[in-house]
Ligand binder design. Structure first.
Ligand code: SF4
Length: 305
């Protein structure tokens, strides 16, 4: 038996014995997705954590995902197999700057992408994910200015969708920024029959060239129902695991070689096994921050209905 298979068997045994629910993001390694009880994008992961009947949850994703589960489910134990797996875009937000902005601009609604630390969510009016940002932004009062934190590319995409200007925090995802117009043009020339599906964290000029732009869940849904059999994918390569399951008949081409988030990939089977065995690392958010961050996340869930 291969080493990975042995670890997988141990993980499956322990999670069952200890009744620990494993939630993984689509960008996780294939072998991690294989042992997960639930796989989804950030929004689906948040809902799955909330709905889980188990009292213990292990989140295979970057730190803000485990934090989100801890904010939404204070009664549950939330484990992270690798608390050092961070998101550089989330970490780029200067919380002092946002607090100052909040004081100076009380009339502005602060809309935070879920890819933010708990402290930023705590000073936000509402959170969004890439799968519900358009719906939520379109429901916000039209007479209030909006500051969107931190992804300027997602903000640009939403602005165009809802026809409303927003002030944008000047950050972006370094992984999706690797998808360039030249790479899309090259792929389209090589695979002229293929549809181009990209994530809204890609640059606006890339989004303009796409047949479809949406969250990882949205891309998966689009490819599942499209009559086409060939797709150029502009998001992290971990999504190929789910794409191939949904469309075993189709061909998927990554828009750029090695479009990989190293932070997502820092979670391994070994780390998950250690985390389950030792019930480490427990993610906790200080209660004063958690309560405020909960309000922004809860509003997101209500406005997504
Ligand atoms: S893919 Fe981008 S936004 Fe997602 S965790 Fe990695 S760096 Fe952050």
């Amino acid at each position: 038996m291969q080493r990975d298979d042995m670890i997988k068997q141990q993980i499956i045994k322990i999670k069952k014995e200890k009744s620990i629910f494993i939630i993984a993001h689509y960008y996780q390694r294939t072998e991690v997705q294989e042992i997960a009880d639930f796989i989804g994008d950030s929004y689906a992961m948040a809902l799955a954590a909330k709905k889980a009947k188990e009292e213990k949850i292990l989140v295979a994703g970057v730190d803000f995902m485990a934090e989100t589960a801890a904010i939404l489910c204070p009664e549950k134990t939330v484990l992270s197999p690798e608390p050092m797996a961070t998101c550089p875009m989330a970490d780029s937000v200067d919380i002092d700057e946002i607090k100052k902005y909040r004081e100076e601009n009380p009339e502005t609604l602060i809309v935070s992408y879920v890819n933010t630390p708990a402290s930023v969510k705590a000073v936000s009016d509402v959170c969004v994910t890439s799968s519900n940002a358009e719906k939520i932004a379109s429901k916000l009062p039209p007479n209030r200015p909006i500051l969107f934190i931190p992804d300027k590319n997602l903000a640009d995409f939403i602005e165009k969708k809802i026809g409303r200007n927003m002030e944008k925090y000047p950050s972006f995802c370094p992984v999706h920024a690797r998808v360039k117009t030249e790479s899309i043009r090259f792929c389209k020339e090589k695979y002229p029959q293929a549809e181009v599906l990209v994530h809204p964290e890609c640059a606006p000029e890339v989004v303009k060239m796409a047949d479809y732009t949406g969250s990882t869940g949205g891309i998966l849904n689009y490819a599942t129902h499209s009559p086409k059999k060939s797709f150029i994918i502009g998001t992290e390569e971990g999504i190929f695991y789910a794409l191939r399951q949904k469309r075993p008949d189709a061909e998927f081409i990554l828009a750029v070689d090695e479009l990989i988030c190293p932070n997502m990939k820092s979670i391994t089977l070994e780390k998950i096994l250690y985390s389950l065995e030792n019930e480490e690392t427990v993610i906790k958010v200080p209660e004063d921050i958690r309560e405020k961050a909960f309000n922004a996340l809860d509003k997101m869930i209500r406005l997504s209905q």
